[in-house]
Ligand binder design. Structure first.
Ligand code: FES
Length: 576
């Protein structure tokens, strides 16, 4: 029973008399569950993204067991179920292509089963948004527990960060500064424990977002995966979800416009991934909360980046946890009027109360407001005739001197075209050029891969050039860096202006003015548009065709148009 004395949702399965109840209970009892567990107590679904093909989530069986201990302790019945697991490093053509598919799996698994509340086990980049989005459309009591980051990478006496050092090492190899033997040695040194990427990449960002939204218990974002305190957190999460069911505390009471704003400011303060923009827009769509790309810019603008974590800084998630973790950052934001302290959380306490005792214990990692890593962090949203519906750049990961730049375009029509041309010694390019990569948007690729920080030509790397302005309709890994203008909308495959750029056109970037301009007059653009032909879809059947036909543009979060919205957890009752 809930505190409102309404029978729980699961009683429509397990509480039935006659043959239907017999069927629902009998088959469950083949797992050794005694009959008293079907007495109307809260049934807690544990939504598990365990997979050995998703290395960041490969420890989730243990995590689920810890959640179960907490559920049992609080008098609930935990039932674990698998969903599509999206592993960033293995899944092709890109994990993002399947975020929405996984969210459908989550939504229908929750709605279709006898579940009163759900614990989302999130880890690798896309597993957090896909689980949040699927659960949002059902709106049951829901709580997140993340798998936690890996321990710091260690290579030849230095800390190395997931992803971030791959790009660095690769550039060193390309420039002849690192041997292949050293490169291969670094592989094992980077990923040396269970957990997700331990730089401030997308997984860490989304774990912070979950906590900033109020969807996870305090401390969830940064506790290393192998720290015993991660197990304690999972146990306490299991205990708490039972209480949430009893209180009927649903996701829609926690995730509000105010908590989305808290998450946006948090992403700025932590120097988080640009991918968070797309995922939060999609989540807002599922929750039916009006929230736009321009809201991102307005809310996140002028929030300082306090965390000194790679890729923007030098420390890693393990350091962040020891320095005070996300509660310390949230408390600082609240004290400076940049966080709504009254926002609800799954703990049952307000954001302010929940983080009241937090402390910064290492100011090198969590820097004070008067000495931030960047005075104005956040993700800037740019517009102009090259991106009428917007695009983004992360200034903290870019080169300050390139924030205002005008240069000659060198255009690549696709990844394949880029791969063919980039190493050509005759490629007409210098460090002042603006590199443009198109055909990599949600529909065009399809799935919007993380190639937005595409590498510079080897001949310029050899000259010591390490950054140039790059523009694309792709995304960028949260662990990456560079002056990369991303998520250009509309994308080129739908006929966005990016499709009309030609080699030699002048492009102007002005981040302070939030402007991206193609210096080609309207008449000429109209002439080029008349010649333009839409590319044929790469896949003409199956899920990829469905995705191609229904995916929304980046400024709307790349959800499938028919998945937007909260559909609730009502389901017709089947009689056997
Ligand atoms: Fe899984 Fe980075 S590859 S979090």
């Amino acid at each position: 029973m809930s505190e409102s004395s309404q029978p729980l949702r699961s009683t429509h399965w397990f509480g039935q008399k006659g043959k239907d109840g017999f069927i629902h209970r009998s088959w469950m009892r083949n797992q050794g569950l005694p009959p008293h567990l079907f007495d109307g107590r809260p049934v807690i679904g544990i939504c598990n993204t365990f997979s050995e093909l998703t290395p960041c989530n490969a420890h989730f069986r243990t995590l689920a067991e810890r959640v179960k201990r907490g559920v049992y302790e609080a008098g609930g019945l935990p039932l674990e179920f698998p969903v599509f697991s999206l592993g960033e490093t293995n899944l092709r053509p890109t994990a993002m292509l399947f975020r929405n598919l996984a969210s459908m799996d989550v939504e229908e698994s929750i709605r279709g089963n006898p579940i009163d509340g759900v614990v989302l086990l999130c880890g690798c980049d896309k597993t957090t948004p896909s689980l949040l989005m699927g659960a949002a459309s059902c709106d049951l009591p829901t709580i997140v527990v993340s798998g936690g980051p890996m321990l710091n990478g260690k290579f030849r006496g230095e800390d190395i960060g997931s992803g971030t050092h791959v790009w660095k090492f690769d550039a060193e190899v390309q420039a002849g500064k690192m041997s292949m033997a050293e490169f291969s040695d670094a592989e094992g040194c980077m990923s040396r424990s269970a957990g997700h990427c331990m730089s401030m990449g997308t997984a860490s960002t989304m774990a912070c977002v979950a906590e900033a939204l109020g969807m996870a218990l305090p401390g969830n974002a940064a506790i290393p995966a192998v720290d015993a305190r991660r197990h304690v957190l999972a146990h306490m999460t299991g205990k708490r979800i039972v209480e949430m069911v009893q209180q009927d505390l649903r996701m829609s009471q926690v995730v509000t416009r105010s908590s989305l704003a808290n998450a946006v400011r948090t992403v700025a303060a932590i120097g988080g991934s640009t991918n968070a923009v797309i995922h939060l827009l999609a989540l807002a769509g599922r929750m039916e909360i009006p929230f736009s790309l321009d809201d991102w810019d307005a809310i996140g603008k002028n929030v300082p980046t306090l965390l000194d974590l790679m890729p923007a800084g030098k420390f890693l998630m393990e350091d962040f946890y020891y320095a005070g973790g996300l509660p310390a950052v949230l408390q600082m934001l609240e004290q400076h009027g940049l966080l709504d302290g009254d926002a609800a959380t799954v703990s049952g306490e307000s954001m302010r109360t929940q983080n009241a005792e937090a402390k910064v214990v290492d100011k090198r990692v969590i820097r004070p407001f008067d000495n931030p890593l960047h005075a104005s962090g956040g993700i800037a949203v740019l517009r102009g005739n090259l991106a009428p519906d917007g695009c983004v750049i992360k200034p903290a990961a870019a080169t300050a001197e390139l924030m205002q730049h005008r240069g000659r375009a060198v255009v690549f029509d696709s990844i394949e075209h880029y791969n063919e041309r980039i190493a050509d010694p005759n490629l007409d390019i210098d460090a002042s050029c603006v590199m443009v990569l198109r055909g990599c948007g949600p529909r065009g690729y399809p799935g919007m891969p993380e190639v937005g920080n595409f590498a510079l030509p080897p001949k310029l790397l050899e000259q010591g050039i390490r950054d140039m302005v790059r523009i694309s309709d792709a995304r960028m890994s949260g662990t990456a860096y560079g002056t990369a203008v991303l998520h250009v909308a509309p994308e080129s495959a739908t006929g966005g202006p990016l499709a009309l750029v030609r080699d030699g056109d002048e492009i102007e970037l002005d981040v302070a003015a939030r402007r991206l301009h193609l210096h080609v007059d309207d008449q000429e653009l109209a002439r080029r548009r008349a010649e333009w032909q839409a590319p044929a879809p790469r896949m003409t059947s199956g899920y990829q065709r469905l995705y191609h036909d229904h995916v929304q543009q980046a400024d709307a979060g790349c959800d499938l148009d028919f998945l937007v919205g909260r559909r609730g957890a009502e389901v017709p009752r089947e009689s056997h």
